[in-house]
Design a protein around this ligand. Sequence first.
Ligand code: F6R
Length: 613
Amino acid sequence: MCGIVGYIGNKKAAPILLEGLSALEYRGYDSAGIAVLENNKIITKKDKGRVSNLASIVTPCNLKGSIGIAHTRWATHGIPSMENSHPHLDNSSSFGVVHNGIIENYNDIKLFLIENGYNFLSQTDTEVIPNLIHYHFKNTVSNYQDKFLASVKSAVSELKGSYAIEVISPLFPDKIIVVRKDSPLVIGIANGENYIASDIPAILPYTKNFYFLDDNEFAVISKNTVKFYDNNLLEHKKETKLINWDASSAGKNGYDDYMLKEIYEQPDVIAETIKTRFSMPNNNYFDNLDFSKEYLESLNNIYIVACGTAMHAGLVGKNVIENLCRIPVEVDIASEFRYRNPIVNDKTLCIYISQSGETADTIAALKLAKSKGAKTLAISNVFGSSITREADYTIYTHAGPEIAVASTKAYSAQVILITIFAMYLAEVLGTISSEDISKLKLEITELPKKLETILNDTTQIKKFAKIVCTEKDMFFLGRNIDYCTALEGSLKLKEISYIHSEAYASGELKHGPIALIENGITVIGIITNPELVEKSLSNIQEVITRGAKTLVITNQSLPNNNIDNIIKIPETHPLLAPILSIIPLQLLSYYIAKSKELDVDKPRNLAKSVTVE
Ligand code: F6R
């Protein structure tokens, strides 16, 4: 989705803006642009295509201005083109704007502005914003001390939809104004200079001190100050937050791709999550959660709501919570949940999982549950992200910045965190014996080493990837918790290798999809639950009989029975198996995509942070 960067200080803005845009490339985009203030003018450079293309236009110009805004655009209104790229200016070139989000009522505003003599050069919704600011600047705003801020505010109060906006003006050459609603924006504070971005990693090389802008909050940023205003333009103070991510953790560290680096970071990510949770005083795991036994016993059910990979982590969470706590758990896709009038009330606990914490559907689904009286818990990787500010409670995964579009380490972190959360619930409810908790804890602490064992020998996976990289279709099969892994493995394959695949609960195959099994088709089975080995093997035999080429990922000793490839992973507690069994599947997708020479980190059409519906 669109990305925003801004800079105000003493240095040349253009190189900093370009670097910030490069760091935001992973969000997904099709055009890029910057605007800097120079000689009392807004100088704009923009085009469709990559940031490297923009850099080749900007760099020879040697722009000297030290205030600027920048944008990567993920096209919604209007094709990717130079005209539709941001920044956009008003007709008099007095205001320059970049915008992330969607202005739903832009057509009405555009008609109004056309009636008032304004022209439009692009098909975007965004272009109405600078012109509307100009309209208010000329016509309605008079008696405010700060006319710039008041004009921005008047314009913004007419907008419907979602937005994070940066505005510059040569009439006010020492400030940038920003405002947001339902789209992310952070402000990074440094000495005599300030930075703005959609995401923390874009400006992590410059600062670790951040302000997180709230919805409907304005900030007027100069090089030495940041002033905050509410919707009535009343000034208020705000605390900075220290983000302890290492700038190098946002780099590739010698790996070919972010995705591979992030796959290999999983032992550390899991170790860090375990360390943080198991070292809490009084074995409490989460010092900010205070669910009482009475409250938990009063619950009719738990919802876990999320999108994509995060939803798959929720499916694992369902298995673990239901097993350990005996509370019914329903997992829902956020974009469905929000429109299906779900049965939610004060007897429902709603859990929202989101790596970015900015996924529009997940946030909307959370707001809905809150409005119906449910308690809400967010699981997020990004401190201060929108979802964490909406939820009643937040618990954080400590995965560090995840840059590759395809989620890997954040998924594992979500799975381990929700597992520990399930243990917490089970202990409060008294549905687990202390012996079982100790066993589970022991198995959990052994996970990082077991993950390393898998990552240290990838020969078989690479070989299999070479064999199947030209396929058009594949199937993934698993039962119970292994079905969750099958779904996630199938999603990874689709996302980065562009191979169509279906994940099925093994026992369901014969109720229809087995009709698609024919000679040579690849079927990948996941078999980790000792109690279901025989049943799962029977399902694999059914596809072998029909000519399928098979790969089975297992922690059990299986009879070969004509299975073409068996990848053995370490044994663990059945509820923890997904954390290990997903690794070969992540690697398989990665190596298939590499064999096909695809852009692993930036798969086509996808965005890292899906901030629109
Ligand atoms: C898949 C992937 C997506 C995200 C989904 C939710 O690899 O990354 O399916 O999981 O878009 O994103 P978050 O977790 O940021 O809400």
